[in-house]
Design a protein around this ligand. Structure first.
Ligand code: LLP
Length: 421
């Protein structure tokens, strides 16, 4: 459920007509709904009620300061994967003890940043990283709390580019080697082993892969405890999928996911962390764009929008589907026709959808891409010297620009000319 609905014939974000925002900020733009963000965060929090837990929002999904602040105000922790994300989370008011540091290639600089600034735990992913972290902690006179990310070799049944839990993926250490790695970690002077971490992929639409992974983690917890490790925290990653089409998709609900966690791991008495990104932000954001031209091709019509692959790369990168709907509600029963929906970037890959059935659209009409709140704005670029598009946050009847569109001068002046030119 989200808060982007037609009212009086116009698509609204909560109580604000998107036509009003388009007039104020120009197109294209991202628009987020506070109520949807809050609701989705709370679904996870409530799904784990009764179990000691922390929901660490995977801020890679959407990391605007205003979004982070909204979630931090609800008690969210953050899952960060870079020094930049760590600083962003801190700038949004998230204390270090609510930040977990994930990622397969943390640099020593990033480790120091978090060790000095305060961190809940590092999820380490390899022996060399573990040794480096121990050295950095010792040199700062501190001890780094860690979990080891294990790779359970489970098929997450999702897009190959976002599956992370198979042995061929670069993530985690093979679960078969976990006991040896934990033994080494426990012996390193700068580390304190506190738990286990696992994340098998993103946009999972079934619970079964989670079940397989969590059962393996339960098993490993018991083995490691028997070997004397004080395993008291389990970080279960993110990955729960969202419906990208209104019609036929029904991924498991956070409540069902919470029940699965209790069923597979509840008996261990561990504190539970989860790192959802997409489900918190995905359906809390849309991308609004304007039709520049409708072009008749051979056997097809192209809808050329002012948004492009640089603004929303998911269709080009993962063949992802985003529902596209007109901002002005079409008359009931109006005849639809097929459009290839494209952007202005000079690549054929700049195609959002092929043969998409849409009501008749004309120049200057507004359309909205649904489910664009996660991995939308954060993955955008300035390719073709197209400015990063504004982000707008709606809260009831209020809206605010939370990231402004840069001017062309700002963009151009970021380059510097060497003295010899
Ligand atoms: N934790 C870790 C360690 C992760 O690598 C990820 C996502 C998450 C949590 C959050 O997963 P989520 O709940 O959002 O599924 N750009 C891709 C998605 C990449 C996901 C990367 N890791 C897309 O647009 O589909």
């Amino acid at each position: 459920m989200d808060h982007f609905l037609y009212r009086d014939g116009v698509l609204h974000a909560e109580n604000v007509p998107l036509t009003e925002i388009a007039r104020a900020v120009g197109t294209p733009f991202y628009c987020y709904s506070t109520a949807t963000l809050v609701r989705h965060f709370r679904l996870f929090d409530e799904a784990l009620a009764g179990t000691e837990h922390l929901v660490c929002y995977a801020m890679k999904a959407a990391s605007n300061q205003a979004i982070l602040r909204t979630l931090a105000g609800l008690g969210a922790g953050m899952d960060v994967v870079s020094g930049g994300e760590y600083l962003r989370a801190r700038a949004a008011g998230v204390p270090g003890e609510r930040i977990v540091f994930s990622g397969v290639g943390k640099t020593r600089d990033e480790m120091r940043l978090a060790l000095e600034g305060g961190i809940r735990q590092f999820n380490v992913e390899s022996e060399p990283e573990m040794r480096a972290l121990s050295e950095e902690a010792v040199s700062l006179g501190v001890v780094a709390p860690i979990t080891v990310r294990v790779n359970p070799d489970v098929d997450a049944k999702t897009h190959a580019k976002i599956a992370t839990g198979k042995s061929e993926n670069k993530f985690g250490i093979p679960i078969s080697r976990a006991r040896a790695v934990y033994a080494e970690a426990a012996a390193l002077p700068g580390l304190e082993v506190i738990g286990i971490d696992v994340h098998i992929g993103s946009q999972l639409t079934e619970l079964e892969p989670f079940r397989q992974a969590y059962q393996k983690v339960a098993d490993l917890t018991e083995k490691l405890r028997a070997e004397g490790h004080d395993i008291r925290r389990l970080d279960l990653g993110g990955g729960l999928g969202i419906p990208y089409t209104r019609s036929n998709e029904a991924p498991p609900l956070p409540t069902e996911y919470g029940a699965l966690i209790r069923e597979t791991l509840g008996h261990l008495g561990c504190e539970i962390e989860i790192e959802p990104g997409r489900l918190v932000a995905g359906n809390a954001g849309i991308l609004v764009s304007k039709v520049i031209y409708v072009k008749e091709g051979e056997g097809r019509d192209f809808l050329i929008l002012d948004a492009a692959m640089n603004d929303l790369i998911r269709p080009a990168m993962y063949d992802a589907h985003h529902d596209i709907i007109p901002v002005v509600e079409p008359a009931p029963g109006v005849e639809q026709s097929a459009y290839d929906v494209v952007g202005p970037v000079c690549e054929s890959g700049d195609t959002f959808a092929k043969g998409r059935m849409l009501p008749p659209l004309r120049e200057d009409d507004l359309v909205a891409f649904r489910s664009a709140g996660a991995y939308g704005a954060v993955m955008s670029s300035e390719y073709n010297t197209r400015p990063l598009i504004p982000e707008v946050l709606v809260n009831g009847r209020d809206f605010a620009v939370i990231r402004a569109r840069p001017t062309f001068d700002e963009m151009i002046n970021r380059d510097t000319i060497p003295e010899w030119l």
